[in-house]
Design a protein around this ligand. Structure first.
Ligand code: ADP
Length: 296
């Protein structure tokens, strides 16, 4: 059985100092800034996946847009340092980050949704980013403390695939997280990696809000028949085996690819499609977080 890591072990692994006991005035100031930033966020959600290409960023982007369209104040933070795709998915590529007297301004998607990603800082999208853990940690800290987010109902964090330094850093910096949403595809090779993501959440003591099976079945637009290209139901079986909630299935939808390529989030531009309905179902527990606290 896996031994649970202590908070200190988690902090040591992600290259951070123990923020509970600052050693000098500079650290005290940093800690106050961090606490003040974190206290302005009501709900913190990590979107995780065992491996890349399963639709994690697509889910994170659409989740953020859907919540913002419901009137929630949302921050979307892309901490995938090596493959930031949120700027493209939201049609925000090339937008400059502005410095104002109040701080650095995240990129505005709409009145309710602000976005930050290392992608906004790279001059060229092909620029390679070779960073060690402590540097990634300080970038993520800056994303929290130097950005002027304002009060947020939700912070959605799009993590890189796997269980590396970035999710450890954000968990340590946020202190407490409402939970992780894990995205997978139905086939076995992907599900093996998902077990690791669930175990990771258990080890760092964050609740698993649930598992989403993405690219689950293709409904032929011509004959209406369903084809399970990557099998089906694997995510649900795994969720039940590992005793985590199954949030639902999102079908393989060619228009989702086009919407990502065009930077027009699917849930904003194809609101009434069956895929959008499937998407909205998987978002219900996230929206319920606010209702549970009588905010929504
Ligand atoms: P990840 O963040 O897991 O690497 P992305 O969100 O970048 O994955 O998605 C990878 C590719 O798969 C993108 O081209 C995206 O448009 C596409 N995609 C995601 N979900 C679906 C879906 N349900 N149907 C069809 N294509 C999808």
């Amino acid at each position: 059985m896996n031994k649970k890591k202590t908070t200190v072990e988690v902090k040591r692994e992600c290259g951070a100092k123990n923020s509970a006991s600052p050693e000098n005035p500079e650290q005290v100031i940093e800690m106050i800034a961090l606490n003040s930033a974190v206290n302005k966020i009501k709900h913190k959600i990590l979107v995780l996946s065992g491996k890349g290409g399963v639709g994690k960023s697509t889910v994170a982007a659409n989740m953020a847009v859907a919540l913002s369209l419901k009137g929630k104040k949302v921050g979307l933070m892309d901490i995938d340092v090596h493959g930031p795709s949120i700027p493209k998915l939201l049609g925000l590529e090339g937008r400059p980050i502005r410095q104002t007297p109040d701080g650095l301004q995240p990129i505005v998607y709409n009145d309710n949704l602000k976005v930050i990603s290392i992608g906004f800082m790279l001059k060229n999208e092909k620029d390679a980013v070779i960073w060690r853990a402590p540097l990634k940690h300080s970038l993520i800290k800056q994303f929290l403390t130097d950005m002027e987010w304002g009060e947020l109902d939700y912070l959605i964090v799009d993590c890189p695939p796997g269980t590396g330094d970035e999710p450890l850093s954000i968990i340590q910096l946020l202190g407490s997280v409402d939970g992780g949403v894990i995205v997978t595809t139905p086939q076995d090779v992907s599900l093996t990696d998902v077990r690791k993501s669930i175990t990771f959440c258990h080890q760092v003591n964050i609740p698993v809000l649930g598992l989403i099976e993405n690219m689950s079945g293709f409904i032929c637009p011509n004959c209406g028949e369903r084809h399970d290209i990557f099998k089906s139901g694997g995510g649900e079986r795994l969720a039940s085996e590992m005793r985590v909630a199954f949030l639902g299935r999102i079908p393989l939808e060619p228009r989702l690819v086009a919407s990502g390529d065009d930077g027009k989030p699917y849930l904003e531009f194809s609101k009434d499609s069956p895929t959008a309905m499937a998407f909205n179902l998987v978002l219900e527990p996230i929206i319920a977080l606010a209702k549970d606290k009588k905010e929504g």
